[in-house]
Design a binder for this molecule. Structure first.
Ligand code: AMP
Ligand code: MG
Length: 414
């Protein structure tokens, strides 16, 4: 493999975040398998076809108001107009009324406007006297009528392949006549947390032990209708066991996400184990803070994302790179989050070198109306409880060293 491999010669090469992301995305091939599902079951899944409307929208001229349908040609000079009400048409009626010339029809929102009628009066602008409607404002032809096809003609584009079918999308598909829809099959994801020190929350902690927070963080991050999740729980730092679990996960999953064991310590087994089972490492070190030890690779069609053990590092590397690789693998169109501008509440002093994604709280608004940020203290990669109080990750460029209060940076909001 060219640059970025895990061999000794390249082991110290750090990739920029952009480069690492680009490379990670380039190996995250989208799923090819699809399935057709009834619309209700497709909610939350990833659309696998471009969709066009099966019908004109709306399908027929209909009333935008509750009121009275009239023919403007029937109106005299005014100032007051009066017409007999010859019938009634409600939503769901066929709308084939044949009202005599010079009459009005009582009509309700969504009801078809019968042929020849060319305006609807709002009932608030009318008086009904016995069975005659009286009004004083002359309606314009077309008023309060939603014309057939004015939103979209049959064959017009609705949605593109690769979108997540959320509330708006599923409503659009329903209105366009889709009883079923083609979606990508679910992405099979296996997760496990490495570390002999890990205990389940709720259990007593022994000396040297900590609670496993990464497992729950990943469970939450991966709780998606388009994921079939296999949670292998914690695995102790025993190379034989880790290797077995990793191999089995690679054999059965589209994506494997682990935490811990990717650094340079003696108990950091994952990079070596991954290459021993035939994995190809595409990214080993990224010039980002937090999270420089992180591994992205593949074995056959399985993608491997080995996140650092420190929970904030794991969260950040997942959000910035891993989650985007996953989204692409699942068939989602790549849509990076757009950062917002924000300003520092206090001066920032740091060492230049790595692009940083530092958790920050929004604390009021600057005189220019931008969010004002308070940043977490510099050594935060393990402080996951504080992460829960942050509002986003502020992006500090690699070369930034001393930044004054009021300096503008980009913020990725949670
Ligand atoms: P590692 O990357 O395995 O060297 O771990 C780095 C740090 O993260 C160590 O202090 C670990 O104890 C901690 N850590 C590793 N895995 C987890 C986890 N699942 N939950 C919470 N902390 C972890
Ligand atoms: Mg470890």
């Amino acid at each position: 493999m060219a640059d970025g491999c895990a061999c000794d010669r390249h082991a110290n090469v750090y990739l920029s975040v952009d480069h690492a992301l680009e490379r990670g995305l380039s190996v995250a091939d989208p799923l090819t398998e699809t399935e057709t599902l009834p619309l209700k079951q497709a909610i939350g899944r990833v659309l696998a076809e471009d969709c066009t409307s099966k019908v004109d929208m709306p399908a027929f001229d209909n009333s935008a108001m509750d009121g009275y349908a009239i023919r403007t040609r029937d109106l005299g000079d005014g100032p007051v107009f009066e017409l007999p009400v010859a019938g009634r048409v409600a939503a769901g009626d066929p709308g084939d009324h044949d009202a005599p010339e010079g009459s009005a029809l009582r009509i309700f929102t969504g009801a078809p406007v019968p042929p020849d009628f060319d305006a609807v009066l709002m009932q608030e602008d009318c008086d009904l006297v016995i069975d005659r409607v009286r009004f004083s404002r002359r309606p314009k032809p077309g008023q309060n009528i939603r014309r057939a096809g004015e939103d979209l003609f049959a064959g017009g584009p609705i949605l593109q392949r690769g979108c997540e079918i959320g509330p708006r999308e599923v409503a659009a598909l329903a209105s366009a006549g889709y009883g079923e829809v083609l979606v990508f099959r679910k992405l099979k994801v296996t997760i496990f947390s490495t570390g002999s020190e890990l205990r389940q929350p709720g259990e007593p902690l022994g000396l040297g032990q900590i609670y496993n927070s990464n497992r729950y963080m990943l469970l939450a991050l991966l709780q998606k209708p388009w994921i079939e999740l296999n949670d292998r729980g914690p695995v102790e730092d025993d190379p034989a066991r880790l290797g077995r679990v990793l191999r089995e996960a690679c054999d059965t999953s589209d994506l494997i996400v682990t935490t811990g064991g990717v650094s340079v310590g003696d108990e950091d087994h994952m990079p070596r184990l991954f290459s021993e089972i035939g994995g190809e490492t595409d990214v080993m070190k990224v010039a980002m803070k937090p999270g420089k030890p992180v591994i992205f690779g593949r074995r056959g069609r399985a993608l491997y994302v080995g996140l650092p053990g420190n929970p904030v590092s794991a969260y950040v590397t997942w959000q910035i790179i891993g989650s985007q690789m996953m989204a692409r693998r699942a068939g989602l169109r790549h849509m990076p989050q757009t950062p917002v501008q924000a300003v520092l509440a206090e001066p920032l002093h740091r060492h230049a070198g790595r692009q940083e994604y530092r958790p920050a709280q929004i604390d009021g608004t600057s005189p220019d109306g931008l969010p004002r940020l308070r940043l977490m203290a510099p050594s935060y990669s393990g402080r996951v409880a504080l992460l829960a109080q942050a509002d986003g990750l502020v992006i500090i460029p690699a070369e930034a060293e001393d930044l004054p209060a009021g300096h503008t940076l980009e913020l990725l909001r949670f």
